[in-house]
Design a protein around this ligand. Structure first.
Ligand SMILES: Cc1cc2nc3c(=O)[nH]c(=O)nc-3n(C[C@H](O)[C@H](O)[C@H](O)COP(=O)(O)O)c2cc1C
Length: 439
């Protein structure tokens, strides 16, 4: 995908510009300079202060302040500390992290070495989605090169600092991306989320303080430390600094990926970056964050894509995939796809998620087939509340989010399916029953 003139590339600055298999090309584009700078010039508290000042927040979905998390791990007691990069990326439609893993693997190694130095960790793991074979190969090659050049291992760059890094192949479930399930998986157990607290920052891998950050979060680190927090602060909004990588899918002309300043609106992304909606397509809604994000209707198109503005509007930014839907998308159809995903991915341990995802899918299927019953909407509403409030982990909570939005913004459309057995988008089987015959 060509770089759009208005794009601000920080995370993706080297994508397509260097050969990711050659460390020399990384080195010739300021590579490992941030690591050199922090090891020779900065104390760990100063590094963390700079990250705090930058305003960087986690790009894995929750938007937790990165500097604060690093500080928790630095202050936590423990002989052995770990750093984990969460590269599980199993969100449908998301491939933003893969772009970094495959096109700029050394930026991740550099960021993890800096993080290790800042929090006092000596061991790191990059947990990469099992299906991402090429990403794993690229990272392993880059790690070998980094050892050979003295950026990993003992006495890094001649200083009293040791950091060892390895790749761990993901166990193949969506829940593996949830940080505590991921830790269980590395420990060789079934990937089921742990109860929190304690949080991984104090009791993570093997019970030790562990820093877990997303790929995109980490990929920001070298640039922030080289150019300074002041520079980073100039990008984005008051409370959401920096840029965000989005993958674009659906009814737009230019699908693919973009990196834009935080605060860009959905309308701007579609009109200016994605080349507009497809011919004869009208924007109906966007689904943020793959399957576990929010539904953004026409009325919220101008809300800036930033943590605070989205929170105020009652929606979630998600980790970065945007599915743009037009008038030909039926809300029941869309929710069916989402529920089908979750009923397969639910680990089954807690009832709201196990039953809610399965029964919710059955009800949506029935409505879609023209067999909706009065009370179905209320049952779906009850499931949405129970999932959001009562599920054991973030996966279960996530199931309720698109359902809540679907009911809130497209209530009439759902009722038309149930009461009148009509699908305006004509994609549900119900529509075939109801369409007048052509003479
Ligand atoms: C079901 C589920 C799946 C998740 N998958 C991912 C993932 O693939 N990658 C990721 O970075 N975070 C994922 N997360 C969020 C992580 O638990 C965690 O918040 C994140 O890795 C922290 O990194 P950050 O502070 O840099 O955002 C997931 C959360 C849930 C509930």
């Amino acid at each position: 995908m060509t770089v759009h003139l208005k794009e601000e590339r920080v995370v993706l600055r080297r994508v397509g510009k260097i050969n990711p298999e050659k460390i020399e090309e990384y080195l010739s584009t300021e590579g490992y300079q941030a690591l050199g700078k922090v090891i020779s010039e900065m104390k760990s508290v100063e590094i963390i202060e700079e990250i705090k000042l930058s305003g960087l927040r986690g790009r894995g979905g929750a938007g937790f302040p990165t500097g604060l998390k690093w500080d928790f791990v630095r202050k936590a007691a423990g002989n052995q500390k770990y750093i984990i990069c969460n590269a599980d990326e199993s969100e449908p439609g998301a491939f933003k992290d893969r772009l970094v893993l495959e096109n700029d693997p050394h930026s991740l190694i550099e960021a993890m070495a800096i993080a290790a130095y800042a929090v006092g960790a000596t061991k790191g793991i990059i947990y990469i989605r099992g299906e991402y074979k090429k990403s794993q190969e690229r990272m392993r090659l880059a790690i070998r090169q980094a050892y050979e050049h003295g950026y990993l291992g003992n006495r890094i760059l001649g200083h009293e600092f040791q950091f060892d890094l390895q790749v761990h192949s993901g166990a193949g479930g969506y829940v593996c991306g949830e940080e505590t399930a991921l830790i269980e998986s590395i420990e060789g157990k079934r990937a089921e989320p742990r109860r929190r607290p304690p949080y991984p920052t104090t009791s993570g891998l093997w019970g030790m303080p562990t820093l877990i950050n997303n790929v995109e979060t980490l990929a920001n680190i070298p640039a922030i430390l080289l150019k300074g927090a002041d520079w980073y602060q100039t990008l984005g909004t008051v409370e959401s600094k920096g840029t965000k990588v989005f993958t674009l899918l659906g009814a737009v002309n230019n699908k693919g990926y973009i990196e834009v300043p935080m605060g860009t609106t959905m309308r701007e992304i579609i009109d200016e970056y994605a080349g507009g909606m497809l011919e004869e397509s009208e924007f109906k809604l966007a689904l943020t964050g793959g399957s576990s994000g929010s539904i953004v209707p026409v009325s919220l198109q101008d809300v800036p894509l930033a943590y605070e503005a989205y929170q105020e509007a009652g929606i979630f930014l998600g980790s970065g995939s945007l599915l743009i839907c037009d008038q030909n998308t039926c809300i029941i159809d869309l929710l069916k796809v989402v529920f089908n995903f979750f009923k397969k991915e639910s680990c089954g341990r807690c009832a709201p998620c196990r039953i809610g995802a399965k029964k919710g899918f059955e009800i949506l299927n029935r409505i879609s087939a023209g067999q909706g019953r009065s009370g179905d909407l209320e049952t779906l509403e009850m499931f949405a509340d129970q999932l959001r409030e009562g599920a054991n982990c973030g996966l279960g909570n996530a199931v309720g989010i698109p359902l809540t939005g679907g009911i809130k913004y497209f209530r009439e459309e759902i009722l038309t399916h149930i009461e009148e057995r009509i699908c305006m988008a004509q994609t549900c089987p119900v529509a075939k029953v109801e369409q007048p015959e052509l003479v």
